[in-house]
Design a protein around this ligand. Structure first.
Ligand code: HEM
Length: 154
C-alpha cells in the first residue's frame, strides 16, 4: 500500500501533539479499550490488581505508554524509508507475547476503535475525516504485520 504524503504528514503532525501528553493519552486509550470490551481486562496481568484504580497503577501507566508509543511511532514512520524498522525489530517477540496471551484477530478491531477515539478526544480541533482515515490506514498496516507474524508462529 502506498501512503500519500498528505496522510503521512497528518499522522506525524497529530502524533507530535499527542506525545506532548503521552501519559494521559495512553491511559485514556486503555480506558477506551476497556469501555468497548470490558472482557479485555482479563488479558492484562496488571489488571488483576483491583486494589487501586487502574489509572493509578504504575504498571498500567507504563504498559499503556509502551503500546501507545510503539503504535504511534511506527505509524508516523509509514511511507518513509525503513518504515517498519521499529516494529520489525520487536515483531517476533511481540507476536509471541500476544499469542501467549490469547489475543485474536478480532481484538485488533477493538484496539483500532479505541485508538481512533483517543485521538478524536485528544485533538478535537484537528480531528477530521482525513485524519481519521490516515490513522486507520496506519494502524491497519501495523495490525496486519503483527497478525501475519502471529499466524506464522501459531
Ligand atoms: C503487550 C503493542 C494490539 C493485548 C504489548 C506490548 C506492546 C504491544 C509493545 C508490550 C510487550 C512486552 O511486554 O514486551 C501492540 C501493538 C498492537 C497491539 C502495536 C496493534 C498494532 C493488541 C491487541 C490486544 C493486545 C489487539 C488484545 C486485547 C496485549 C496484552 C499484552 C500486550 C494482553 C501483555 C500485557 C501484559 O504484560 O500483561 N502489546 N499491541 N495488544 N498486548 Fe498488545
Amino acid at each position: 500500500k502506498v501512503y500519500s504524503k498528505e496522510s503521512v504528514a497528518l499522522v506525524k503532525q497529530s502524533w507530535e501533539l499527542l506525545k506532548v501528553d503521552a501519559q494521559a493519552n495512553a491511559v485514556a486509550f486503555f480506558k477506551e479499550v476497556f469501555e468497548i470490551a470490558p472482557a479485555a481486562k482479563g488479558f492484562f496481568s496488571f489488571m488483576q490488581d483491583t486494589s487501586i484504580p487502574f489509572e493509578d497503577n504504575p504498571k498500567v501507566k507504563f504498559h499503556a505508554l509502551q503500546v501507545f508509543k510503539l503504535t504511534g511511532d511506527a505509524a508516523a514512520q509509514l511511507g518513509e524509508k525503513g518504515a517498519y524498522e521499529l516494529l520489525q525489530s520487536r515483531l517476533h517477540s511481540l507476536a509471541a507475547k500476544h499469542l501467549s496471551k490469547g489475543v485474536q484477530d478480532a481484538h485488533f478491531e477493538v484496539v483500532k476503535e479505541a485508538l481512533l477515539r483517543t485521538i478524536a478526544a485528544g485533538l478535537p480541533d484537528l480531528w477530521s475525516p482525513a485524519l481519521k482515515q490516515a490513522w486507520a490506514d496506519a494502524y491497519d498496516a501495523l495490525a496486519t504485520t503483527l497478525k501475519n507474524e502471529m499466524h506464522a508462529q501459531a
